[in-house]
Every structure is written in C-alpha cells, then in structure tokens.
Design a protein around this ligand. Structure first.
Ligand SMILES: [Zn+2]
Ligand SMILES: [Zn+2]
Length: 186
C-alpha cells in the first residue's frame, strides 16, 4: 500500500529492466496545495511500467472527494472526483535542456523514487467544476440583504430586492391590459 505519494520507491522495477511492471494500491491524504481541499483520502490502483528511458505511471479508478464552495449560496458542499485512468511519464533524464517542470516529471535517482504530488494535483484540477454549484437548482443569495434564497427566511427590512419584487407584483396586479376586453366582447 502506497501512503506517501511524495516518495514512491521504484528501485526494484527500475533494476528489473525494460518491460518490468509493478502494481500496488494507493491510499493517501496528501496536501496538494491550498486550492485543493480533500474531504477524504485519495484511493487508486497504481501501476508502473519500466520503459527504456523512464517509467509509465498509471493510476486507475482514482477516487476522492473535495470540499467546494458554491458560487451562488457560498455554502460548502462535497464534490466527488472519479477518474478512470490517468497516465504520466517519468523520465530518468530531462528530455531537453529547457523542459517545463510542470509538464515533465523526473525520477529522483538519488532515492530511486517518484513524487506523485504534481500528477495528482493536475488530475484534481482537471476534474474541478468551472463554476462550482451545490445544486443546479440553487437560488443563491439575495443580492441586497444576502439571505439564502434556498431557505424560507424573509428578506431583511429595507431590502431593495424585496421592495422591487413587491412593486413588480403589484404592477402585474394592476396592469392588466386585457382586463376590460371581456366587457367589450359582451
Ligand atoms: Zn448553492
Ligand atoms: Zn433581500
């Protein structure tokens, strides 16, 4: 079982040579940056395949859930993350001199280990909703008095939104262009 994603030992599969495979289960609660709030541990099936110049790292059935804040009502809600497969290459040597450290993952040859933090971080962010909402039906907050419109709470005294909706309602009541129509037809 892999619990520490910062340093996953790959010495054995590396020494076994090209084509060698290593499988394990992953269950970890890493810190992936201040913008990712994990609500439960990440679990996944972990497979590593030794290639000529590096390793192919495969995570399958990756599951966790995150705490997100609803963009409408500002309440925290649980958002599950479920990824069938995620694959990255880890190189033994940088493939070019001006490589992008966000794109290219390197094997730590000192410790014969790999760090899965950035791979998992990228995968999480890819799965995040563009605009998090607790529910498609979420009504959000009143733009003036900030009460939660999903609850039955009343608008606060002096709320502009409350008085405009009221005005709109009364206007709809009084302004009936066809109210006299039936009198004309008679
Ligand atoms: Zn909401
Ligand atoms: Zn209001």
């Amino acid at each position: 079982m892999i619990n520490n994603i910062n340093s996953v030992k790959i010495g054995q599969v590396w020494n076994d040579g090209r084509g060698a495979t290593f499988k394990d289960e992953l269950k970890a609660s890493p810190s992936l940056g201040s913008d990712i709030d994990l609500a439960e541990p990440i679990t996944a099936e972990f497979t590593v395949i030794r290639l000529k110049d590096g390793l192919s790292v495969l995570l399958e059935n990756l599951y966790t859930s995150t705490d997100q804040v609803c963009s409408r009502c500002l309440k925290e809600f649980n958002y599950p993350i479920d990824v069938k497969t995620s694959e990255r290459l880890f190189y033994a040597e940088p493939p070019s001199r001006d490589y992008d450290a966000m794109e290219v993952f390197l094997i730590d040859k000192q410790d014969m280990a790999i760090d899965l933090t950035e791979m998992l971080r990228q995968e999480m962010l890819l799965q995040f909703p563009m605009i998090p909402v607790c529910s498609e039906r979420c009504k959000g907050l009143c733009t003036d008095c900030r009460i939660d419109l999903n609850t039955k709470s009343k608008h606060k005294p002096g709320c502009q939104v409350k008085s405009t909706t009221k005005n709109a309602e009364t206007q709809a009541e009084t302004h009936k262009p066809f109210a006299h129509l039936k009198d004309l037809i008679k």
